[in-house]
Ligand binder design. Structure first.
Ligand code: ADP
Length: 464
């Protein structure tokens, strides 16, 4: 109306000025306003009249449009490809006479059933290439006489294939670029009649809407996965940097001591026997610490590759505990830390790999020492409750914040606390400990309070 009114004014003005008359602007403005008002008032009336006429004369069409709208709304509301397939099959089953409707998703050439109504003919099948290309270029393929008033005489291949699979119609779900995302197989009307034109059109239209929605959802999914992959790679990169810096730190400290004391021994040959012994002990202790770190990394890689092996045998828990304590004694002395050990004389044996359990205890004792900054007081208690032997490593150190409790057993995970930045480690100790304990059918648990300390308890079943 606005366009017509504008054209009208311009034409009148031009003509008037061409023939030399004068334009009475207000007069025309009045006409235009009246025209617009009449048009505005008439429009709802026109709509209502059309609706009445439609319903009276073309009721099937109105019905068709309503169904299409409701099915389309249902499809567009889907949040995942699976939901689209389900809504598509459910919706079509309500509004057609089909004996079955089955949707298949295309997974690299194999069509897998995802949603079905009625007696579905197949669960999974492979489509010949020629048929797939054919499907990518049509809205639907039907068997002869499956749809009233339609004859298909272009291809006999699909006719034969449809007959074999027991369906009357196949509708592709394809992208704009003609990639077939899935197909819908439809069985003829149960009464043995044909599909009418409207039903066929409904099937085609609904599948075309479903294709659109599927394409959008799959694209969204791909973008999401790509972003997720990017985020994971970034995280991995960060973890790698953090791992390298933590491990270098852990390696540098003992190496510095070893070099320093070896150099002192070489330069000052007149050094007393007692001092010499002390320095050599330090070198030995620091090399052991280095070896342990390297062993942790190597062992962890064995666990990751699934090639870590255990030599199970009846083992005395007290002896394993003592060995671990001995291995850690240098480190405790060096840090002027207290290490109290209590093992009852009579303890049941465990069926275990003694070296692996020693490694577990060394890791726990090493953590207890590393994460004790002010009060360096650690205890190791071994006891039994009849069916299990419990090893308890307790410290009065910094403790672990509650928010980190779920993560400390993850490989490479380290609590990022500014105060502990100087404490080296690869974040592998507890991951390895957990793996070893579980391989022994045991459990590991801990309690910890920030500022007060932590207690790690391992329980291993006694030998039968
Ligand atoms: P690492 O000690 O090499 O960092 P772990 O896997 O042994 O790796 O431990 C993971 C994290 O758990 C450590 O970074 C530390 O923050 C925390 N943790 C482990 N044991 C203790 C403990 N006894 N006290 C406080 N924090 C601990």
């Amino acid at each position: 109306s606005f366009l017509i009114a504008t054209t009208y004014i311009v034409t009148v003005m031009l003509t008037t000025s061409l023939i030399g008359g004068s334009v009475i602007f207000e007069e025309y403005l009045f006409i235009v306003i009246v025209t617009l008002l009449v048009a505005a008032a008439f429009n709802p009336l026109r709509n209502r009249i059309q609706k009445v006429v439609d319903e009276a004369i073309f009721s099937a069409r109105v019905n068709f449009r309503d169904i299409l709208r409701s099915l389309s709304d249902r499809l567009r509301a889907a949040l995942s490809p699976d939901e689209v397939f389900r809504n598509l099959v459910d919706g079509l089953s309500l509004h057609t006479e089909a004996s079955f409707i089955t949707a298949f998703v295309n997974t690299r050439g194999t069509f897998r059933r995802t949603a079905s109504w009625g007696d579905s003919p197949a669960k999974e099948f492979f489509l010949p290439n020629s048929l797939l290309t054919g499907l990518a270029n049509v809205k639907a393929l039907a068997r002869n006489n499956a749809v009233a008033g339609r004859r298909n005489d272009e291809s006999f291949e699909h006719e034969e294939w449809l007959g074999r699979i027991g369906a009357d119609l196949v509708l592709p779900l394809r992208t704009e670029a003609k990639e077939v995302l899935g197909i819908v197989l439809v069985g003829g009307p149960s009464s043995g009649q044909r599909f009418d034109e409207d039903e066929f059109e409904l099937l085609v239209e609904v599948c075309s809407i479903a294709s659109e929605v599927l394409e959008r959802l799959i694209l969204q999914e791909r973008i999401f996965l790509e972003n997720e992959e990017k985020r994971r790679l970034e995280e991995l990169g960060q973890l790698k940097t953090f791992f390298v810096s933590s491990v270098s730190h852990e390696l540098r400290m003992p190496l510095t001591s070893i070099r320093m004391f070896a150099e002192t021994l070489r330069r000052h040959q007149t050094i007393g026997k007692k001092k010499q012994r002390e320095y050599l002990e330090i070198i030995e202790g620091e090399s052991e610490r280095l070896a342990r770190l390297i062993e942790n990394v190597l062992d962890f890689s064995k666990v990751e590759r699934g090639v870590k092996e255990y030599n199970f045998a009846d083992t005395k828990p007290g002896i394993v505990a003592q060995k671990a304590v001995k291995a850690m004694s240098y480190q405790f002395e060096n840090a002027h830390a207290k290490l109290r050990v209590s093992t009852p004389r009579r303890l049941p044996r465990i069926h275990a790999d003694a070296d692996a359990i020693e490694e577990v205890l060394i890791n726990l004792l090493s953590n207890a020492l590393k994460y004790s900054t002010t009060t360096k007081d650690v205890s190791l208690k071994v006891r039994s409750n009849g069916s299990q032997v419990l090893f308890e490593v307790k410290d009065k150190g910094v403790g672990i914040p509650e928010s980190e409790h779920g993560k400390i057993f993850e490989a490479f995970y380290r609590v990022r606390d500014g105060q502990l930045a100087q404490v080296g480690g690869a974040g592998l100790g507890l991951a390895l400990v957990k793996h070893i304990v579980e391989a022994h059918s045991g459990t590991i648990s801990f309690t910890s309070t920030v500022g007060k300390g932590s207690t790690f308890t391992i329980s291993l079943p006694v030998s039968k």
